[in-house]
Design a protein around this ligand. Structure first.
Ligand code: NOJ
Ligand code: CA
Length: 624
């Protein structure tokens, strides 16, 4: 039996001036974003005055000592916002900005930002040395937010709730609340920390949740004072303008903690989008899938990352079949289109340290920019940045950004891909249908309403294939990347030639859904047969006033997901009731004996529609 997830009841009165008018609304769908991940210390030194910091020994002006600070800061990012916007970056994920322990552990300082000392203060090495680093007082941070928002960009803050800092020079887990000491691992009177041994068995769930990782002082989430501290700190950042969260080491804390955390955070700021790092997540790993489905946040798609690297960087004999194997399991996720996709990050060798061929990097980036999920580009990828010392492993995967060349072919390709994601919702929201897969050649079509995007790529030598079902409308198409012309007849692409390492993208734009309030509906948990369609029927004109023949039809996205954007005008701002039903395609009434329409077996769902903007319903089919 399925369990219905009814929408949270909105009990407050909705007054016209109230901020609740925009409750659950978002100005833009996060799935249309193109994310760029920056290690702040390694991007751009915009203010050399902050480089010595409180402990000048932690800074290396020669940039030879990979564990020390090299000078990057927030001013450096502000100075490059136009460069980033020009490339089509719409959301910036910055490595953690919190104040860090100012000490070395062996050869390493906390330039990465994962050894926090105070979650309510900013690392002074990223600020103007003359300003206070308390979150409420920094003007440089404010300026960054303002400049980003002015350009329509979003800031994703990297946060760590699992731990504070490791033992450095006899100090461990000394934690401050805006400058006031509140916890200390070695003098833990109020039980802020677990004091368990290091994780040794990565298959043991208890160890994963409560053991120590890399000697880091691990928070005791059962302590309400700790929970209140971390939630209040993150809310401060959200109040300062942070738009979204990347959340570290989510695998190491129990899911009830995350459910409470996300509920609280989204009650505070309903528009917040969040994704977690579930290390080495895979669609066949139940833990990571359950987390993505039930924690309240999305996750980084490590499974796809590994498959893309296998196919394109490592020359795996299975090639693109590895990638298709991942997409074949999308139905396990409730929201596969919200997974964060990437080809490398700061914890693994860069793609080009595995294979320096820039054309293969272009295919890999093109693949994540056009397939399901929200793509995230690691800083410098567009400038072919990589250092292959020790196989490019950490820390050599974090070199200093060297060039900002807007003529770089990948910079320009990203500009086109990002535009495509914004104008063609088939790419950001739609289904992904495989049209051809072999080790060397991969073709798929993204579909949403009458929008289409067809993609073909070839990692091998010159080849010709016939595609009998592209799902494209007939007509002449011009490839967005190469300007080559293609003719589609009867939905077929005959004699499609692909040059070595070529990628073809054919985009067809349909009509946008327009309405005062748009509800983005996602329905999970229903397996349908060919010829069946899910509709939303309800007590308002937009849903056909319970007349099933005028109900609103959703679109098939995957074996577990039906999706649609329902425009509301007459009923915007009003209370409505609705229910899902299954009809034969076209929605026509069927004879009673063939069981259509099939309604959900539940009392009707109810919702108060926002007066304007975009809202989301994440529902699950209910049957007895
Ligand atoms: C995962 C981060 O990505 C990694 O860089 C960091 O060292 C660990 N979590 C610990 O915070
Ligand atoms: Ca600096």
């Amino acid at each position: 039996m399925n369990i219905a997830s009814s929408p949270p009841a909105q009990v407050m009165t909705i007054s016209s001036e109230s901020e609740f008018e925009f409750l659950f609304t978002r100005s833009i769908e996060f799935r249309q974003e193109t994310i760029y991940f920056i290690i702040v210390d390694r991007f751009n030194d915009g203010d050399p005055r902050n480089n010595p910091g409180a402990n000048p020994n932690l800074f290396d002006s020669t940039r030879q000592k990979w564990g020390k600070y090299w000078g990057g800061d927030l001013q450096g990012i502000i100075d490059k916002l136009d460069y980033l916007k020009g490339m089509g970056v719409t959301a910036l994920w910055l490595s953690p900005l919190f104040e860090q322990v100012e000490e070395m552990q062996f050869e390493s300082a906390a330039m990465h930002g994962y050894w926090t000392k105070d979650f309510k203060r900013i690392n002074p090495r990223f600020l103007d040395p003359d300003e206070e680093n308390s979150l409420l007082k920094s003007t440089v941070f404010n300026q960054l937010i303002e400049e980003m928002h002015r350009r329509g960009m979003k800031l994703i803050l990297d946060i760590v709730c699992n731990h504070s800092s490791p033992d450095v020079n006899g100090h461990k887990g000394e934690l401050y609340d805006d400058g006031v000491l509140i916890a200390d691992f070695y003098n833990d009177r109020n039980h802020w920390y677990h004091h368990n041994p290091e994780i040794t068995d990565w298959e043991d769930e208890w160890q994963l949740l409560y053991g120590e990782m890399a000697g880091l002082a691990t928070f005791n989430e059962s302590n309400i004072d700790y929970r209140n501290y971390i939630k209040s700190a993150i809310k401060l950042w959200l109040d300062r303008g942070v738009d979204a969260l990347r959340i570290d080491t989510v695998k190491h804390m129990p899911i009830w903690f995350w459910q409470e955390f996300m509920t609280d955070i989204q009650t505070h700021k309903p528009s917040v989008f969040a994704f977690g790092e579930w290390g080495f997540s895979k669609p066949w790993d139940k833990g990571s899938v359950n987390f993505a489905n039930y924690s309240g946040m999305s996750i980084l798609d490590f499974g796809l990352c590994e498959a893309v690297r296998g196919a394109l960087a490592k020359g795996d004999p299975q090639g693109f079949q590895l990638v298709q194997n991942i997409f074949d399991l999308d139905h396990l996720y409730n929201r596969a289109t919200e997974l964060i996709t990437f080809v490398d990050n700061h914890d693994m060798p860069r793609f080009q340290s595995l294979n320096s061929d820039p054309d293969l990097l272009r295919l890999a980036v093109g693949l994540i920019m056009t397939s399901r999920g929200i793509p995230c580009i690691y800083y410098g990828t567009e400038q072919y940045l990589h250092n292959d010392t020790n196989g490019g492993n950490d820390p050599y995967n974090r070199p200093m950004m060297e060039r900002w060349d807007t003529n770089s072919p990948l910079y320009q390709a990203l500009q086109l891909f990002s535009k495509l994601r914004r104008v063609n919702p088939a790419v950001s929201l739609g289904s992904q249908l495989q049209k051809y897969v072999s080790p060397d050649v991969y073709c798929y079509t993204r579909c949403y309403r009458d929008y289409r995007c067809f993609v073909a790529m070839n990692r091998g030598s010159y080849t010709t294939i016939d595609l009998l079902h592209t799902d494209l409308e007939d007509g002449e198409y011009s490839c967005m990347l190469t300007r080559r012309q293609f003719q589609v007849n009867n939905g077929q692409l005959h004699g499609l030639t692909l040059h070595p390492k070529e990628m073809i993208v054919l985009s067809y734009l349909g009509d946008r859904v327009k309405g005062q309030t748009i509800v983005r509906v996602e329905l999970n948990g229903l397996t349908t047969q060919l010829g069946e369609t899910v509709v939303v029927t309800g007590d308002c004109p937009e849903l056909g006033n319970w007349d099933i023949s005028r109900a609103y039809a959703l679109e098939y996205i995957s074996g577990n997901l039906w999706f649609g954007e329902i425009p509301f005008n007459e009923s915007a701002g009003k209370a409505i009731a609705y229910k899902y039903a299954l009809v034969r395609s076209g929605g026509q009434l069927s004879p009673a004996y063939d069981h259509y329409p099939r309604y959900e077996s539940t009392v009707c769902r109810r919702w108060i529609l926002a007066k304007q903007g975009t809202v989301k319903w994440n529902d699950r089919w209910f049957s007895l």
